[in-house]
Design a binder for this molecule. Sequence first.
Ligand SMILES: Nc1ncnc2c1ncn2[C@@H]1O[C@H](COP(=O)(O)OP(=O)(O)O)[C@@H](O)[C@H]1O
Ligand SMILES: [Mg+2]
Length: 329
Amino acid sequence: MLVALIKSYTEKPWRSLETYQLIEDSLREKWRVKSISSENPETVCGFLARLKREYGESVFAFNIAEYLDEKNKEGFLPALLEEWNVPHLGSSAETIAIGLDKARTKELLNEKQIPTPRYFIANREGSAIKYPAERIGYPLIVKPIREGGHIGIREDSIVYDDASLDKAVNRIFDNHNQPALVEEYITGAEMREFSVGIIDSEIRLLTPVEIDYESMDVRKAILSYETAQKDLERIKLIQDGRTRDEIVDLSERTFAAVGAHDYSRVDLRMNRTGCYVLEINIMPGLGPHSFLPEAAKDLYALDYNQLIQKLAEDSMKRQKNGRRGGAMA
Ligand SMILES: Nc1ncnc2c1ncn2[C@@H]1O[C@H](COP(=O)(O)OP(=O)(O)O)[C@@H](O)[C@H]1O
Ligand SMILES: [Mg+2]
């Protein structure tokens, strides 16, 4: 098998030069690897065509990027790989597109009766957003609808009145040029936050962890862009089995609801009223310090190289056995 690594960098630290190098080194222990770094679909297409000529059907793409040109969000890589008939790590292009749109994900969760915070979309800047805000009630949190990696999440994303809501929504339009997702803010004395990685091998591995806000130097208990940039995020293992079972169950149902494959990570938050799915990261960070690799090490003693090789191997097997499609569960 020949593994193709298409490098596409972002401001997200887990799609960095360092991460690509570590992944390439891990893969090279088991397979031949050819890599390319280009934002041009034609160049990448030529690269893959050459590999296919040389290696026939035995080409597999270890893909960890959404776009070839991440900065301009152009060249949707999973769709290109499917068009070029190259089996790739992770979910189908259709599922990846759902995960990139937090509102579409939440619609699916609502359909499947998986609890997620109440929300509305602020499609236009300013006004016209007052009524739904009153229906849900403050505090609310305002997020870009199509980002990830905590991009656009700041302490002032949590809003307590109409004026600060207006301001936060305008900021999303100004800085991110997209609608805002306005959500019920899950908070209170009994608030806890979790992240559950799913590695969908024949024996499914689950990596539930809790965000350890107590050991993080933050004023507000949220994972913001600042906490990601300054590497302030800390996780801990979950001690109580009942909570762990509940969040694992919700995460597996979320994984199925969006039709995910191979691996993903679900973010959840709970308070006195229950446990809620915030989002599913269809392509969660695979940097050495990302939640899923760290949790896989803590819970299953899988070191980084083993994890990367396992993901590749299981995905190759799945696609060889014909479980390729993106059909919704
Ligand atoms: N409805 C919410 N209630 C409370 N906190 C939230 C809510 N939505 C997001 N957050 C906080 O913001 C962080 C980032 O939000 P999330 O929806 O996971 O987006 P991202 O794709 O940026 O990770 C969460 O980890 C959580 O700390
Ligand atoms: Mg998240």
